[in-house]
Design a protein around this ligand. Structure first.
Ligand code: GZL
Length: 634
């Protein structure tokens, strides 16, 4: 081979090796980027779940804070990867985003809907197709989703109102409400809560300034434009963190920042945000609006791992932050929570054994205590408040970790709850609620939305027993007097009834949730009056079943001559619906054990307790009773 050919061959080999080397370097560089981008070298192997996050918009600071909190929590879980979309507040785009995320093959969807109910159908479609859905912040109609997590905006408004009243120290004063979008559900609820407090003080005069979005600059300009009107203002309520910031900057520019105090809401914790401005003395009080991002990931993991105890709704607690507690508030946010699995002792004060619902509820509590490694001291009070109070005092003496009460009535608990608080024992209200004069005497309520149950009962009547020429007479069998389910089911029922001409309640009596008293009320009515009742609304199944037996003894056919609607949805009610004697059962889920015990373990491990934990509930009637009766858990 000639020398030139050899040299040419050698050159070609050199070029091939160089090309190979460059390719190898590029490949290694590319892989390094991938690994860098996704963390550890074996990142791809660790990802077990992909979660889609559909945010309505990233313009609003609070919605951006929600996404950031989700991302921060996900960093603790290498087994999870998230894909986030921004709908720029366009409903149709958010629907397309959801479809796109589903095409990526996500295992669970977290959606913070545009501020409307128009995402209801899309969420229901995804949920019913089998992809778990966690709805954040702005709700959708109904319960067709896995879990809702959000703040209580009405409570945030009330807390802001209380802060304003406190700042005015009982003196007359003028308050300016700076509000964002007047059509936003969240704004309306906050303003409603705020007004409900401030209206009680006639010496406080309130004016309102609405503007399109909660942007700092818009609030700044709104204050500057007010000019002379500001001279009488004592306090400004800014309906979001950035509105409060804009208001402060404008007051500072006008030299009024010492004369006019500011109350804000949201409570962001970045530099120069709301909590910082509290510490700098620029804002007097800030009502936090928790985003729920951390809880969303924690519950998402529970849902994906099919752990028990995930409720239907988690309503997050908001705090009134002032200079006194701002530091501890920030420290609590960073507190790590670990469940060390130790045995927890819980004192449980149960109402009694008055109904099938109650028996199922007790079973659920006792079974879940075992599942969650909780030692249960269980007391059954036979519907006596005095016995419940005595039991709570016993639990305090025994220094239990947590006390749980299912309060037979809503009032009369302040003293004993104050004793529990003084002993440092948290109290959880299970199944029923209490009304106390003093705030924060109990931590969380876990149970149903009784108002909604009452509304659903009347909505079923409206939709299935059409109003005719003759007004439908309704007889109401009520639970025990003063119990929250009695009060609220009655209120919810009336709320819808008022919108429905052609129906009227002609008789209403307390039946104490028992079969015997439900039967007795109907027997006495039949003896006293000529029967003129078209519909019976019973606050629970047991009273409905008593009524059914009384009617049959009088030769009146329940379910046909008289339509009967009850609440609870026990198996006995399903049997009555299958037999055509009961027309509708609005579910009130007694299986509170698992969500309650999960919440207790979370609390003991340091997680903040939500304000309310609401269980899943549906409405059943004769059209589905036969198909579902064998699957009923209680
Ligand atoms: C509801 C519960 C009520 C049931 C009745 O949460 O307190 O008490 O509806 C029960 O059946 O007696």
């Amino acid at each position: 081979m000639k020398i030139q050919e050899k040299e040419g061959m050698a050159m070609r080999k050199k070029i091939i090796w160089m090309a190979f080397g460059i390719t190898a370097l590029m490949l290694m560089f590319f892989l390094a980027i991938c690994q860098k981008k996704n963390g550890d070298a074996d990142y791809q192997d660790e990802v077990e779940y992909v979660i889609g996050v559909s945010q309505a918009n990233m313009r609003e600071a609070w919605r951006l804070a929600l996404v950031k909190e989700i991302e921060k929590e996900v960093k603790k879980h290498p087994e999870i990867r998230i894909i986030t979309t921004d709908a720029t507040e366009l409903v149709d785009k958010q629907k397309q985003d959801v479809d796109k995320l589903l095409k990526f093959g996500i295992d669970l969807l977290i959606i913070s809907p545009c501020d409307t109910r128009e995402l209801t159908e899309k969420v229901k479609e995804v949920y019913e197709d089998g992809t778990p859905v966690i709805v954040m912040d702005r709700s959708v109609e109904g319960f067709e989703y896995s879990l809702f997590i959000g703040p209580d905006n009405d409570m945030i408004g009330r807390q802001a109102g209380e802060s304003v009243v406190e700042l005015l120290e009982g003196e007359p004063g003028k308050v300016l409400k700076l509000c964002g979008d007047a059509y936003s559900v969240q704004n309306q609820e906050r303003i409603q809560g705020f007004d409900s407090v401030v209206q009680k003080y006639p010496q406080i005069e309130v004016s309102t300034n609405y503007f399109d979005t909660e942007q700092k600059d818009i609030a700044y300009d709104a204050i500057l434009e007010m000019g002379e009107e500001l001279k009488d203002i004592d306090v400004i309520f800014g309906n979001s963190d950035y509105v409060a910031k804009g208001a402060y900057d404008a007051l500072e520019y006008l030299g009024l920042e010492k004369q006019i105090k500011i109350v804000g809401s949201d409570g962001f914790t970045e530099r120069e945000d709301g909590v910082d401005m509290i510490l700098d003395g620029k804002i007097a009080a800030m009502i936090s609006c928790p985003t729920g991002g951390r809880e969303a990931i924690q519950y998402a993991i529970s849902i994906l791992k099919q752990e028990s105890g995930v409720p239907k709704q988690v309503i997050l607690r908001s705090h009134t932050i002032t200079k006194k507690n701002a530091i501890s508030y920030l420290e609590d946010l960073e507190k790590e929570t670990v469940d060390d699995g130790r045995m927890i002792t819980v004192g449980y004060s149960q109402v009694g054994q008055e109904s099938q619902w109650r028996l199922a509820n007790t079973r659920s509590i006792q079974e879940a205590a075992q599942e969650f490694k909780i030692k249960l001291l269980f007391d059954d009070a036979d519907q006596s408040q005095a016995k419940q109070i005595a039991a709570i005092r016993r639990f305090i003496k025994e220094k239990v970790d947590v006390i749980v009460v299912s309060p037979v009535v809503a009032t009369g608990w302040d003293d004993v709850l104050r004793e529990a608080k003084a002993a440092g024992i948290p109290v959880v209200m299970s199944d029923r609620k209490v009304e106390t004069r003093e705030k924060d005497l109990s931590t969380t309520y876990i149970g149903a939305d009784f108002m909604e149950e009452g509304r659903r009962a009347m909505r079923w009547i409206r939709d299935h027993i059409p109003a005719g020429k003759k007004t439908h007479n309704i007889l109401e069998l009520k639970g025990n007097e003063g119990a929250s389910p009695t009060v609220e089911r009655g209120k919810g029922f009336l709320e819808v009834l008022r919108e429905c001409p052609g129906y009227q309640i002609v008789y209403s009596e307390y039946g104490n949730f028992t079969y015997e008293e439900g039967k007795q009320i109907i027997e006495e009515y039949l003896q006293r009056e000529s029967w003129d009742i078209d519909i019976i609304f019973a606050h629970n199944d047991d009273m409905a079943l008593g009524a059914i037996d009384a009617l049959e003894e009088y030769g009146i056919s329940p379910g046909t001559d008289v339509k009967i609607i009850s609440v609870d949805g026990t198996k006995a009610a399903f049997r009555a619906m299958v037999g055509g004697k009961l027309n509708c059962a609005v579910e009130c889920n007694p299986l509170l054990g698992a969500p309650l015990m999960k919440a207790i373990r979370d609390m003991i491990s340091g997680k903040e307790m939500p304000v309310r934990i609401i269980t899943e509930e549906k409405v059943y009637d004769q059209s589905v009773a036969e198909e579902l009766i064998n699957s009923r858990a209680y």
